[in-house]
Design a protein around this ligand. Structure first.
Ligand code: PEP
Ligand code: MG
Length: 756
């Protein structure tokens, strides 16, 4: 009933607005009627409409509730005050305590001092902000999502009215100069860190095929063969290019891509289409269309990547047939380029001049996308899953890619540009400092050593051991290399990969975590079942124990690769002690087998577990009798503790790892591990954030494993903190009843000069 009532609000409101729009009152008068209708429909004391004028100024054009004298007098610059911020960022915002917000500015002529809450949405047309409609209330009101959506719908009607040109001249709303389009802020996921400023190039490979029916099928077959030979030759040249020639996962990805170009099934389908009477181009297009159709329904990330590879290849083949050179785009490239694409095959990125390539923005993309892996090898920041980036960014737009914070700034204002440049410079300076501290120990001010390790997945991560000066690899996610390769994880290729890890670690410890497959981590040759709740489904050690062949092969490959070197193995998602026992028994059997065969064995084998399922915490006394070490996986532990999906952006800020509850729990784990004399580390993302890392050492953690870029900042934090002091402080927070003690920790850090 309540839902139906809620739904009828926008419908009724729209009906009333339609009446106003259909009336013959002057535009400004209609605007006055509209603000009153919105205010009464949404039960707000104020509704105001600001319209953007030339010079990036927002002018109050109509209000219900603010002082009438403010109309046409109150003006805000873009980015000024909350309304200016909404326009600047082109996104809706709601504040229950607007006046406490640092961006709030008070305009006395409006008399708005008495209004505490504010919700505003941008009035958008074709990606450009034409104005802002805002409502306010005296109380500290929390605006609901449906209310924001209703106001957004209303803003579309207002866009219609404003763009009519009666209120402000059309030239003010739509400057002829394309660069004057409004700034835009797009959020996505961070796929590769760093910041970049450049000019947007829309990646739009399109070739229109005009000749469909072949005059001479034999001739078409010959053309196809010729184009294929040219394609293979060009790919070989590209792969030999120095920018990507080094070994590593990106190389494997590109080699696999090269192999697909020889794929008999793909080529056979194109040949069949030519045989049916199509021209070579039309045949490729036809097969390509099938691939596209499959792309729209394929949800499996691996299959999508393969289809993308095929799409990339089909396009390249077409280019050879019609004689257009993919490298031609290089000539027309500006000096600093940010490529914006819906999705991309790995080789397409290399068509751009890599010397000018500064960043990459993708509407799709994941950490294991092939194009991401190539971009990582090129060391450029990447933001993925940036919704509508391709349609909202215009070719030639200035763009900032912030790969640290997963944000893309399009057409940024001078303030954002200079802030980013400052940030980039500060980052360079910080990096120099971190670089300089590479060989220094992570020792606190009061002389306590912390072991600082890195998390690795792709072979390219091993290189970070040297560049960061980390103590070892605290978590090697062994499933990652096989998520990006087309080959199955056979014993041979696992052995080679693990041996490389040992070699590159050069005596530093590597903790190999056995496959955590299932959930969002799918292997190409092991798709797994479709599950309603994959994160809590048949994954990780559950698969390993139910289908022991895969786990046995992995353990065998690890023993082979280690030879006589010390080996550390860790099992993921252990929920019961008996699962650890069963996994360890499999390892023991492999050790016995190796011994029987006279094989050299590691001088030391340590076997540990991830602690990421809350049930295991209650079994710690029994667990600690059996394990050689424990590594807390805070990503999953927090997810399962709060029943809060770790990949759901809506929940990202809902529960804080710095809650007294989590801190108490972690403190208890530390206490029990210390009592049992079992080494403990934490390898979730929290360890890589300086404030969280400070709390963790304050709880007694003496070992952390972090993403490689976090080593420098976390080390700087440790070197500036007195652990005795932070331990005492953290103890005072454990019994707090609020949901987060983040602010208390931040204040401590600021007061005590801790480098966070
Ligand atoms: C964790 O859960 O915290 C963890 C480190 O493992 P993953 O992120 O690979 O699930
Ligand atoms: Mg985990």
């Amino acid at each position: 009933m309540a839902r139906r009532a809620a739904l009828s609000v926008p419908r009724r409101l729209l009906a009333r607005l339609r009446e106003v729009m259909a009336g013959d009152a002057a535009a400004e008068e209609r605007l006055g009627q509209i603000v009153s209708i919105i205010a009464s429909s949404l039960a707000c004391e104020v509704c105001s409409i600001y319209i953007r004028r030339a010079g990036d100024v927002l002018e109050l054009f109509a209000t219900h509730g603010l002082k009438a004298q403010a109309v046409h007098r109150t003006r805000l610059r873009l980015g000024e005050g909350l309304v200016g911020t909404i326009a600047d960022q082109a996104r809706s915002m709601a504040f229950s305590e607007a006046q406490k917000h640092p961006s709030f500015v008070f305009r006395p002529e409006t008399g708005e001092k008495i209004f505490r809450s504010l919700m505003g949405v941008p009035i958008l047309r074709r990606g450009r902000v034409l104005g802002v409609v805002a409502v306010q209330n005296r109380t500290t009101r929390t605006y609901r999502d449906e209310e924001i959506e209703t106001l957004e719908t209303v803003a579309m009607v207002l866009a219609e009215l404003i763009s009519g040109g009666e209120l402000v001249g059309r030239d003010e709303s739509f400057p002829a100069d394309g660069n004057a389009l409004l700034p835009l802020r797009l959020e996505g996921v961070a796929l590769n860190p760093g910041q970049a400023i450049g000019t947007a190039i829309l990646h739009q490979p399109q070739i229109t095929v005009h000749r469909i029916v072949a005059d001479d099928p034999v001739h078409e077959q010959a053309r196809l063969r010729e184009a294929l030979a040219a394609l293979h030759g060009a790919l070989d040249t590209m792969l030999a290019d120095s920018a990507v020639a080094d070994p590593g996962d990106h190389r494997d990805v590109l080699d696999a891509y090269r192999t697909i170009a020889e794929d008999a099934g793909w080529l056979g389908r194109i040949e069949e289409a030519v045989a049916s009477g199509l021209t070579a181009e039309a045949a490729i297009e036809k097969v390509h269309n099938d691939i596209r159709a499959r792309m729209t329904t394929a949800t499996d990330p691996y299959i999508r990547e393969r289809l993308l590879d095929l799409e990339d290849l089909a396009l390249r083949l077409l280019q050879h047939l019609v004689g257009s050179d993919p490298k031609a785009i290089r000539q027309a490239m500006p000096a600093d380029v940010v490529v914006v694409a819906r999705s991309m095959g790995p080789a397409q990125l290399l068509d751009y001049d890599v010397a000018s390539l500064r960043g990459l923005v993708l509407e799709e993309g994941s950490p294991t996308s092939h194009v991401t892996i190539v971009a990582r090898a090129l060391n450029i920041p990447v933001v993925g899953k940036a919704r509508d980036a391709f349609t909202r960014i215009v070719q030639g737009d200035p763009v900032i890619v912030d790969g640290d914070n997963a944000v893309v700034y399009v057409r940024p204002g001078d303030d954002v540009q200079s802030r980013t440049l400052d940030l980039m410079r500060a980052r360079e300076r910080e990096e120099e400092i971190w670089q300089a501290s590479r060989d220094q120990a992570a020792t606190s001010r009061d002389g306590i050593d912390i072991s600082l390790n890195i998390n690795a997945g792709l072979a390219m991560d091993f290189g970070f051991l040297k560049t960061t000066g980390a103590d070892g690899i605290g978590l090697y996610r062994t499933e990652i290399p096989f998520m990006v390769r087309s080959m199955p994880p056979s014993i041979d290729n696992q052995r080679a990969l693990y041996a490389e890890a040992f070699d590159r670690a050069d005596g530093k410890p590597v903790t190999f975590r056995t496959f955590d497959v299932g959930s969002d981590k799918r292997l190409p040759h092991w798709a797994g079942p479709n599950e309603d709740n994959p994160a809590m489904g048949w994954r990780a050690i559950r698969v390993g124990l139910d289908r022991p062949a895969m786990l046995k092969n992995q353990l065998r490959a690890l023993l082979d690769a280690a030879g006589t070197r010390s080996l550390r193995i860790m099992f993921p998602m252990i929920a019961e002690v008996s699962e650890f026992d069963a996994a360890r028994a499999l390892l023991e059997r492999e050790i016995i087998r190796a011994r029987r065969r006279g094989q050299a064995l590691p001088e030391k084998i340590e076997v540990g577990t991830m602690l990421e399922v809350p049930a295991l915490i209650f079994q710690l006394p029994r667990l600690l009798e059996r394990v050689d070490f424990v590594s807390v996986g805070s990503n999953d532990l927090v997810q399962f503790l709060f029943a809060s999906d770790r990949s759901n952006a809506k929940l990202a800020k809902r529960y804080d790892v710095l809650s007294p509850l989590v801190l108490r729990l972690l403190g208890d784990i530390v206490r029990q591990c210390n009592l049992a004399d079992v080494p403990l580390t934490l390898c979730g993302e929290a360890a890589g954030r300086t404030l969280e890392a400070m709390a963790l050492v304050g709880l007694g953690f003496r070992s952390l494993s972090v993403a490689p870029p976090a080593v420098g900042p976390v080390k700087a934090m440790i070197r500036s903190v007195d652990i005795g002091e932070i331990e005492r402080f953290v103890r005072t927070l454990l019994d707090a009843t609020r949901s987060s003690v983040r602010e208390n920790l931040r204040e401590f850090a600021l007061d005590h000069g801790v480098n966070i």
